[in-house]
Design a protein around this ligand. Structure first.
Ligand code: FE2
Length: 332
């Protein structure tokens, strides 16, 4: 993956340093504004996190643990976390009711339905744009939630691993969900190279991935990460059914639609495992963290709602939901 193009002073300073051997540096000033729409802040955070995943071409792997970079990452995380705390309510709930509360949270969600639009109205260009946004997470699908495995025990751990085994294809690389998504991208004439569209996606798309890395990389957020995954699984089956229908309407073949078809089936099962065994098992062992689980779920729903609103607003005005970089969204 290539280093992205800077979006402001923060990323200009950070990205220039990453091209050199690891060294200590003074953190550039971090803004305190609306974290989720701040292009510079979300890209800087994404870049710091990506060092823990696939890294970047030409960037020394030792940057991953460079103390001054971690200090900068901590400041960026602080801005993002404070924004989340302001926007997302942290419900207090007895641990015995977590499963019920998760269901209530998910069913009460009244975001704009991107899935309905994609099913019935989107044109091919809009569907492609949607897939470009999603590729930022989907090409590393399940990876952020894997960080929490060693932090769990017992029922919750077994349940999460059961979900992750499916995400990673059950031992068959071609069935990994990230691989199925690559087939969807190819079917739409898109480039399926990891991270190739990073410069095209806006801050709201990056924030969806960043919140998972934030929760995944900090043990103190382990409850929130489980709630986040549960919300993902519990809101997956029906939208994926609609995405699949939308793609078929636009001429997508079986291989291109398989990613969505697979999620209709798998996530109907995962939903139960995630809410009952994973979150239920976790809060039974850690009753004081029940609120964290719901908070993580609420964060997932909130960021997805903001993303959907932004995309639909742009499309309603006949614009593109992607960042204009002079590149067109097309195949290789
Ligand atoms: Fe999946």
């Amino acid at each position: 993956m290539h280093l992205p193009t800077p979006r402001g002073p923060l990323t200009a300073a950070l990205l220039e340093r990453l091209t050199r051997p690891p060294h200590g540096f003074d953190a550039p000033a971090v803004p305190v504004a609306s974290a989720v729409e701040d292009e510079d802040l979300q890209l800087a955070l994404f870049t710091c996190y990506e060092l823990h995943y696939q890294g970047f071409d030409g960037v020394d792997d030792r940057w991953e643990w460079e103390p001054s970079l971690l200090r900068l990452r901590g400041e960026l995380e602080g801005v993002f976390e404070r924004w989340l705390e302001r926007i997302v309510p942290r419900p207090a709930v007895p641990s015995a009711y977590v499963r019920h509360a998760l269901t209530e949270l998910v069913t009460a969600e009244e975001g704009p339905s991107l899935a309905d639009f994609l099913e019935r109205k989107a044109d091919l260009g809009q569907f492609r744009e949607f897939v470009v946004h999603r590729s930022i997470y989907q090409l590393k699908e399940a990876d952020p939630h894997t960080w929490v495995i060693p932090r769990l025990r017992g029922r919750a751990k077994a349940a999460l691993v059961e979900i992750q085994i499916d995400e990673y294809g059950g031992g068959r690389p071609e069935r990994m969900h990230s691989e199925l998504f690559r087939a969807t991208m190819r079917g739409l004439g898109l480039d399926d190279t990891y991270g190739v569209y990073l410069d095209r996606v806006p801050a709201t798309t990056l924030a969806i991935g960043n919140v998972m890395s934030l929760f995944g990389l900090h043990r103190r957020h382990r409850g929130a990460l489980l709630g986040h995954l549960a919300a993902f699984e519990m809101t997956s089956s029906l939208p994926n059914l609609k995405y699949g229908r939308g793609l078929r309407r636009l001429g997508g073949d079986a291989a291109a639609c398989r990613f969505y078809d697979e999620h209709v089936q798998a996530d109907a099962v995962h939903e139960q495992i995630a809410a009952h065994d994973m979150c239920g098992g976790f809060v039974a062992a850690h009753p004081a963290l029940a609120g964290d689980v719901l908070y993580g779920a609420a964060c997932a729903l909130t960021l997805d709602r903001l993303f959907a609103r932004r995309v639909l607003n742009r499309w309603e005005r006949n614009g593109t939901s992607l960042r204009e970089t002079g590149l067109t969204v097309s195949g290789r």
